[in-house]
Design a protein around this ligand. Structure first.
Ligand SMILES: Nc1ncnc2c1ncn2[C@@H]1O[C@H](COP(=O)(O)OP(=O)(O)OP(=O)(O)O)[C@@H](O)[C@H]1O
Length: 940
């Protein structure tokens, strides 16, 4: 029993013991925990102090961070060091070195190197690729484990504005910082690329004194402290002008545009405003904010000192407090910045003088065409428009822009004022910048003379302008050529619009984006003395007006730009009456004394000195005027040299431009349509002349075996008639193998003897049988052919009857055969009527319409399916043109051509020069040269 009790007791005691020991353990732990917490707290307090003081300071002067000699302080310091080491581990290893490398790369030359390395030298860096950073000094992070120095730099020009704030005694540092940055920018680029405006609320002069040598050259403008408005207005004007004139279509900033085009179109304008910490007037502040918002895209850079500037656009800042080190937004609050010291004043002045002198000497130099040319040719893309300098203002290039905002150009200037010269300079400047795949030129000059012939290959100079696709000279009497060009442009617009539609876009610019592999050059069509187009009250003028309106209105979006020039006020006035057209000509060029090329109230052209022009991208209103000195581009050899360089760069497979010279007759042998004829063919094409179009196409008739396929030439002159009949016969000869066609050639008037002899010789040289007929044998010959018609099966060899001067034998042919009671004329009528479907065709010359009617007698005029008429008035021809009225005043060496099977209206043709008989046989076209589909006759 007792033992049982003892056992319980010892169990209880043990339990109590356990309990006590547990309690004591627990209590001890709590004590220790309390102590630990107290120690940790002390360490945290220390850590907080150390953090507040800065680790670097705490290390240097521990007392300042509350060092009480305790273990806790030491631990806190240790932990802070460790954390710092961890935090900076990556930075310490690579940070400063990487930054040095970055700045070296992003701030090359004067943007980043030390002053002695560049100060005093004039810059030559390309403004199209400005530096990303500009150095201001040296930075370090004092709190880093082993503080190392690295360059401090800021993004500026185009990238960000700069705000500097000063303390009580740091204004001077601010001015040095500004001066250093300006020196870097001014010295980096060629003089003129950076313009500086300074406004200082506290003083009129004396700010940035080292830069003052720039003032005389206009590179530095110091604004009156009381006239901030003027400076702000000036900057706002620049922004507006750059938006309307310089920024091409899709581009929203000069920087982006320069990146695409390879050329900076405008200088940077750096506006430095020194304030005094006081707020500006409300309107001024708002205008400043607006400039800050929109300026960077237009090359306008603000540097404000002690002024507030709060906008969403990029702003960097540098703080220069009086009681501590400088800090910059780019390097952050942890880094302190040691600003670069200013170079010696004398060196600053000398450097600025050098820049100013170089700028002035460049500006004063008489500029040549070469000064308009870029360093590298053919680097610009025409996606959003065309832009090229045409002259100089104060040494700066003045550009013209053909794009969405200013699609077409009107040039006015009296004779001798330099219009042709202006066009040469502009075309040269464009052609040097844009490759022929980016720009095509169509050039038409209504003036007498050969001004654009330079662009085509000549006897002495085989070079040509690779961009030129078509050149028309001496076209003053061939207004139809103007129509042909406009029609071609209109057709091209339609083609482009359709291609755009297929890609589900509407504009050329978008089409080029959707179809990057396609060839979609911009087209510039120049028409010099365009008023000729509207010279008469006739259908040509009416059509020209309609077409011009169409091209002017829709060309904008399809990359087709018109450049119209006129010396004649009336030409331009004719235009004023057509506002729908005129309004599209937003870009105006006025040469000295040009009247009405600008807006009514704008008389700037009247005061222009010689060889200058007003360039105006705002429909000629006064505030859009830019006055440019135009270099001489027509002096001997000037353009030749440029053309030679461009020509050498051309694609070897490129063809020269088509030349239409109204003073010359084209050669049959040089006509592409003739060279491409081949034998045998089912239905031959008979070439009669050349139509007035932009392809240099032949006027041709298909000689099918069907009724009416006879051809008449009408007119009094044998030369033109002989040309048409000869070209017809030679083209038939080329389309038949020897023996595949029979010719009968009848010279019925004396004056054609030579032509007939040459033709017969040429036809025989082709290997064809030629029978000849004479005035005394013609009746028999025609009678024989008429009689033979009945036997023809339709599969026989075709027979071509060439009659030179049918009417001369009219009398003889009227004689009737006593037996048959039929005359030679009756036989001829039968041949005309029944021949064609049996392969017998008459190609004849009559000396007037009446004489042709006499031959036909009661036979229908339909038997003459096609005709060419020279020196015949329009009204006489309407019978042969399906009865419709024909408006035509005959002119020398031009015929009117009508083929009733394809034409709705007659068209103008030029007779051709025939080859000498020994040269009449051309080689067969190579298969690959032949066009797959023979062009249809040019008809309407
Ligand atoms: N910017 C210039 N600098 C020097 N000479 C020039 C300049 N522009 C034109 N000239 C010269 O002036 C003359 C007339 O120029 P241009 O032929 O261009 O005038 P235009 O207005 O086309 O005259 P027109 O209509 O009578 O042909 C030419 O001999 C030309 O070399």
């Amino acid at each position: 029993m007792r033992s049982k009790r003892n056992e319980r007791r010892s169990r209880i005691e043990a339990a109590f013991e356990l309990l006590r020991s547990r309690i004591s353990t627990a209590l001890g732990a709590a004590d220790r925990e309390r102590e630990r917490v107290l120690a940790a707290h002390a360490q945290q307090e220390h850590a907080l102090r150390i953090a507040e003081t800065g680790l670097a300071t705490a290390e240097r002067t521990p007392a300042a961070a509350g060092d009480d000699g305790s273990a806790e302080f030491r631990a806190a310091l240790r932990e802070a060091r460790q954390q710092r080491a961890e935090a900076f581990a990556e930075w310490t290893g690579t940070g400063p070195a990487a930054l040095r490398e970055l700045v070296a790369e992003a701030a090359p030359g004067a943007a980043g190197l030390d002053f002695p390395e560049w100060l005093g030298r004039v810059g030559d860096a390309d403004p199209a690729a400005p530096p990303g950073l500009w150095r201001i000094g040296t930075a370090s992070v004092p709190d880093s484990p082993a503080p190392e120095e690295f360059p401090a730099a800021l993004p500026l020009l185009d990238e960000a504005h700069l705000r500097i704030t000063t303390g009580r005694d740091t204004e001077e540092s601010a001015e040095e910082l500004v001066q250093n940055l300006l020196l870097r920018a001014l010295s980096h680029f060629p003089p003129g690329a950076v313009r500086v405006h300074v406004w200082d609320v506290t003083q009129l002069t004396g700010t940035l004194p080292g830069l003052h040598p720039l003032t005389g050259a206009g590179l530095l403008t110091v604004h009156d402290p009381t006239r901030l408005d003027e400076m702000l207005d000036g900057l706002s004007d620049h922004i507006r002008r750059i938006h309307t004139g310089s920024l091409l279509g899709g581009h929203t900033s000069l920087r982006a545009m320069a990146a695409e085009t390879g050329r900076r179109a405008e200088p940077w304008r750096v506006a430095v405003l020194f304030g005094d910490g006081e707020a500006l007037r409300e309107e001024q502040q708002q205008q400043l904010q607006r400039i800050a918002r929109n300026g960077l895209a237009c090359g306008i850079q603000l540097i404000v000192v002690d002024l507030s500037l709060t906008v969403n656009s990029a702003i960097e800042s540098v703080a220069l407090p009086s009681d501590g080190p400088a800090r910059a937004s780019t390097t952050g609050p942890e880094a302190v910045v040691q600003l670069d010291p200013a170079p010696e004043r004398s060196r600053v002045t000398a450097a600025c003088s050098a820049i100013a002198e170089e700028f002035q000497s460049r500006r004063a130099r008489v500029r040549s065409l070469d000064d308009l040319l870029p360093e590298h040719f053919w680097t610009q893309r025409s996606t959003s428009g065309l832009q090229a300098p045409v002259g100089f203002s104060e040494g700066e290039q003045v550009d013209v822009t053909l794009g969405d905002a200013s699609p077409h150009m009107l040039i006015g200037g009296p004779s001798g004022s330099g219009k042709t010269n202006f066009l040469y300079g502009m075309l040269g400047s464009l052609a040097a910048r844009y490759a022929p795949d980016e720009l095509e030129l169509y050039l038409l000059d209504f003036k007498e003379g050969v001004s654009f012939a330079q662009f085509t290959p000549g006897k002495r100079d085989p070079s040509w302008l690779p961009h030129a696709r078509l050149v028309g000279v001496n076209v003053n009497t061939d207004r139809e050529f103007g129509l042909a060009l406009l029609r071609f442009l209109s057709e091209e617009m339609r083609r482009r619009a359709e291609a755009a539609k297929e890609h589900e876009v509407t504009k050329l610019e978008e089409l080029r984006g959707e179809d990057p592999a396609g060839r979609w050059p911009r087209i510039v069509a120049v028409i010099d003395e365009f008023q000729y187009l509207f010279a008469e009250r006739d259908p040509v003028t009416a059509q020209a007006t309609t077409l011009l309106e169409d091209v002017a209105r829709r060309g904008r979006s399809q990359g087709i730009h018109l450049v119209l020039a006129s010396q004649d006020v009336s030409g331009i006035e004719a235009f004023w009456g057509k506002p729908a057209i005129f309004e599209q000509f937003i870009l105006r060029i006025a040469l000295p004394k040009a009247r009405r090329a600008l807006a009514d109230q704008n008389s700037a052209a009247m005061e222009l000195p010689r060889w200058h022009a007003v360039v105006n991208h705002e429909s000629g209103v006064r505030h859009g005027n830019e006055i440019a000195r135009i270099p001489d581009a027509t002096a001997k050899k000037t353009f030749d040299r440029l053309q030679q360089r461009l020509w050498e760069r051309r694609d070897p497979a490129a063809a020269p431009p088509i030349l239409f010279d109204g003073s010359l007759l084209p050669d049959l042998a040089e006509l592409a349509d003739y060279a491409q004829l081949r034998a045998p063919v089912a239905t031959p094409r008979v070439l009669l002349g050349r139509v007035i179009d932009v392809h240099g196409a032949a006027a041709a008739v298909r000689l099918a075996r069907s009724p009416g396929r006879n051809i008449a030439v009408l007119g009094s002159g044998s030369e033109d008639a002989g040309s048409v009949l000869g070209a017809a016969a030679l083209s038939l000869a080329r389309q038949h193998r020897p023996g595949g066609i029979e010719f009968t050639v009848a010279g019925l008037v004396d004056e054609v003897a030579e032509q007939v002899r040459d033709l017969v010789q040429a036809l025989r040289a082709h290997g064809h049988d030629v029978e000849r007929a004479y005035p005394d044998s013609i009746t028999g010959t025609v009678g024989g052919i008429a009689a033979g018609l009945d036997e023809r099966t339709g599969a026989d060899v075709p027979h071509c009857l060439l009659l030179y001067g049918v009417d001369a034998v009219h009398g003889r042919m009227e004689d009737k055969d006593p037996q048959t009671r039929l005359s030679g004329l009756d036989d001829l009528r039968k041949v005309l009527k029944q021949g064609p479907e049996r392969g017998v065709h008459v190609l004849g010359w009559w000396r007037s319409t009446q004489r042709l009617k006499n031959t036909l007698g009661m036979a229908p005029v339909d038997d003459i399916g096609a005709w060419v008429a020279f020196d015949v008035q329009g009204q006489e021809l309407s019978t042969f043109a399906a009865g419709q009225p024909v408006s035509w005043s005959p002119r020398a060496r031009r015929g009117l051509f009508f083929d009733r099977s394809v034409h709705s209206r007659p068209e103008v043709v030029l007779p051709l020069r025939l080859p000498a008989p020994e040269a009449a046989v051309l080689p067969e076209p190579r298969r690959e040269d032949a066009r797959p589909e023979v062009r249809e006759e040019a008809g309407e």
